[in-house]
Write a protein that binds this ligand. Structure first.
Ligand code: F6P
Length: 372
């Protein structure tokens, strides 16, 4: 290829790349795709460490081809991430009453961007990261978003990378508890992540043939779940497998909050519903019950092939947008087609499981109970 073909039409010569929010498998695959494409087109890449925190604290380093070699299959992110650093509302200590002292660090970040000559930012993250990018876009920094999250709840895209790996891990766990549940004639509840969206529980529950799937979007009747477990026992199926979202809640009840981190833009951390469901079922049915919380196991380790492919496609599309001057866009996958939407389209919104989703109908047709 001759040299002129390798120069970005947009004239961009230096970009910054960061990974924000909770990590997920596939982040390194995006960093690799973006960096390789950029360097091929004569664009310098600066890696910003720990998401927007690195921009606030001026921790920026140049990425070379060597830096991104051999990282496609690695979990986590070589740049580090932070799910607390929102430049517009950054905790800088505590007030006398113990509440966080907030400061707007946008100007500080803008100075660091100028000092490093960063003309454009590739922000790889979820809804919080896209919201945090907006003020920079408003001030003339050319932003391109790449959607990530195991939760698959980002508005504007049908799928995010990290999700397939989380589903794979959760399915494996549900498969494994199957045999021990059968041996001991127990109810086994596996609590999976997903915040307010039940995508992981729904997909892993269907993939593993779980008997009960509890989603945040469908508040469950404990009575109905107990009746279902008892009916299985009476039919000779002396065990029940329950895939339970961390955000699931009983009818008329509330989600269980495991911890609150006031310095985080999204301070609520859910957790505990799996244990509650297991205890309640044991009390009501006298069937011995156990629970497992999968937690961060779902976010770690090597990405499955589908996530490596999706992450590479998103990285490629992000660079295409950047090179052709289509700024302030978010790479998305809609109906199996790679595309892009306004970067703010995903800000502060969640894509929940519709109650009439085709996969819920398919699960119901194989007698899966949703507790409703
Ligand atoms: O958004 C990804 C996610 O893993 C959620 O599924 C989970 O509720 C949350 O992050 C956990 O956050 P933290 O890593 O701060 O414990």
């Amino acid at each position: 290829m001759s040299t002129p073909d390798r120069v970005a039409a947009s004239g961009i010569t230096r970009i910054g790349v960061l990974t924000g929010g909770g990590d997920c498998p596939g982040l390194n695959a995006v960093i690799r795709a973006v960096t390789k494409d950029a360097i091929f087109h004569g664009i310098e890449v600066l890696g910003i460490e720990d998401g927007f925190l690195g921009l606030i604290e001026d921790r920026v380093r140049r990425l070379t081809l060597d830096d991104v070699s051999n990282i496609l299959t690695d979990g986590g992110t070589i740049l580090g991430s932070s799910n607390k650093a929102n430049p517009q509302k950054f905790a800088v200590g505590k007030n006398e009453d113990g509440t966080p002292k907030w400061r707007d660090m946008t100007d500080v970040c803008m100075t660091h961007l100028e000092v490093h000559g960063i003309e454009a930012l590739v922000v790889i993250g979820g809804d919080g990261t896209m919201s945090a990018a907006k003020p920079f876009a408003d001030r003339g920094i050319k932003c391109i978003g790449v959607p990530k999250t195991i939760d698959n709840d980002l508005y504007g895209t049908d799928i995010t990378f990290g999700f397939a790996t989380a589903v794979h891990v959760a399915t494996d766990a549900l498969d494994r508890v199957h045999s021990t549940a059968a041996s001991h004639h127990r109810v086994m509840v596996v609590e999976v992540m997903g915040r307010n969206a039940g995508w992981i529980a729904l997909h892993a529950g269907v993939a593993s043939g779980s008997d009960v799937i509890l989603l945040p979007e469908i508040p469950f009747s404990l009575e109905k779940v107990c009746e279902f477990c008892l009916a299985r026992s009476q039919r000779g199926k002396r065990f029940t497998i329950i895939a339970c979202s961390e955000g699931a809640k009983p009818l008329g009840g509330e989600q269980i909050v495991e911890r609150v981190d006031p310095t985080s833009p999204d301070p609520i951390r859910l957790g505990g519903i799996g244990k509650w469901v297991s205890n309640q079922i044991e009390d009501c049915t006298e069937i011995e019950s156990r629970h497992v919380v999968l937690g961060h196991v779902q976010r770690g380790g090597t990405p499955v092939a589908a996530d490596r492919v999706l992450a590479t496609q998103f990285g490629h599309h992000a660079m295409h947008l950047l090179k052709t001057g289509n700024f302030n866009r978010l790479a998305v996958m809609q109906g199996g087609v790679l595309g892009d939407v306004e970067i703010t389209a995903a800000a502060d919104k969640q894509r929940l499981v519709p109650k009439d989703h085709a996969l819920i109908a398919a699960a119901r047709s194989v007698y899966t109970c949703f507790g409703d």
